[in-house]
Design a binder for this molecule. Structure first.
Ligand code: CP
Ligand code: NVA
Length: 312
């Protein structure tokens, strides 16, 4: 049966660990310049309703390095833009490609692709989750600390899509997660409940200073996600006091690292000093998108190609 990656919870604890181990291996193979064309001849469709730098480039380059190729598809250029139904598009695309990555405004759009496609579907960011980002984040933490298990991870800011996936991942990867947000932009109750039901430990606070105390990892993201541009002014007001600055980082563990999925807005959710400072690993984190996604792709669409035997 095909396996989709719509939520980070679609991966079991073992699958998550195996993907991260594979990602480490793929990173070494690439560094050593050794070929690893495990997806020779395979095609991956990339459908982007919203802008992207990292996700698009890492999936395109990743497929090329694995010996396959990716097709960047803007819905406006597909017949979807003229009203063709997702269920028809997904069924047709399944006849051509070995997998699909969808970035959509609504999570339900990605679910509809997944329901109607016979090939694996990967969530490349929705309003609810960003599982590929969290794989890269955990990979980055493991590179620094050897393991993420038992560490204290603190999210400062909006309880958004990236935050949701991080919180849900805490149950799978065994880290403690604390989230500090203004009341209006708290993590959704359903995500907290789900994370706890899955065995996670989630602490919700309003005070970033208290939240980062002794944290090994401090994470933030934009205060204004794609699609929320009309709320810009209200959000900037509400997030006053939630900027990750040097003073806040000093409250964390002295060896703490700083993560941000990027794109960053210096002077808002993070200061220039922190993102450019010695604790920041944001560019390793961005690079790890490539390795982590290649591991996901090999696992999800890398069944061995067998050519039919012809009689001579
Ligand atoms: N972090 C991330 O997903 O970046 P892009 O929006 O550039 O893909
Ligand atoms: N929360 C951000 C993440 C971008 C990668 C957004 O949804 O725009």
């Amino acid at each position: 049966m095909k396996k989709d990656l719509l939520s980070i919870l679609d991966l079991s604890r073992d699958e998550l660990r195996e993907i991260l181990d594979d990602a480490d291996q793929l990173k070494i193979l690439r560094k050593e310049g050794r070929p690893h064309e495990f997806l020779y001849g395979k095609a991956l469709a990339l459908v982007f309703e919203k802008a992207s730098t990292r996700t698009r480039i890492s999936f395109e380059v990743g497929m090329a390095e694995l010996g396959g190729h990716a097709l960047f598809l803007n819905p406006q250029d597909l017949q979807i833009g003229r009203g063709e139904e997702i269920r028809d598009t997904a069924r047709v695309m399944s006849r051509y490609v070995s997998g699909m990555m969808i970035r959509a405004y609504k999570h339900s759009t990605i679910e509809e692709f997944a329901r109607n496609s016979s090939v694996p579907v990967i969530n490349g960011l929705s309003d609810i989750e960003h599982p590929c980002q969290i794989l890269a984040d955990i990979m980055t933490v493991r590179e620094h600390f050897g393991s993420i298990e038992g560490l204290k991870v603190t999210w400062v800011g909006d309880g958004n899509n990236v935050c949701n996936s991080l919180v849900l991942a805490s149950s799978r990867a065994g880290f403690e997660i604390t989230v500090a947000s203004p009341d209006k932009y708290r993590l959704s109750e359903s995500v907290v409940k789900r994370a706890i039901a899955e065995g996670g430990t989630v602490t919700l606070l309003k005070d970033p200073q208290e939240a980062v105390k002794d944290a090994h990892v401090v994470v933030t993201d934009t205060w204004i996600s794609m699609g929320e541009e009309s709320e810009r002014d209200a959000r900037i007001r509400a997030f006053k006091g939630f900027t990750v600055d040097t003073g806040l980082m000093k409250k964390a563990d002295p060896d703490a690292i700083f993560l941000h999925c990027l794109p960053a807005h210096r002077g808002r959710e993070v200061t220039d000093e922190v993102i450019e400072g010695p604790q920041s690993v944001v560019f390793d984190e961005a690079e790890n998108r490539l390795h982590a996604q290649k591991a996901v792709l090999v696992r999800m669409i890398g069944r061995e190609i067998r050519l039919p035997r012809t009689k001579i």
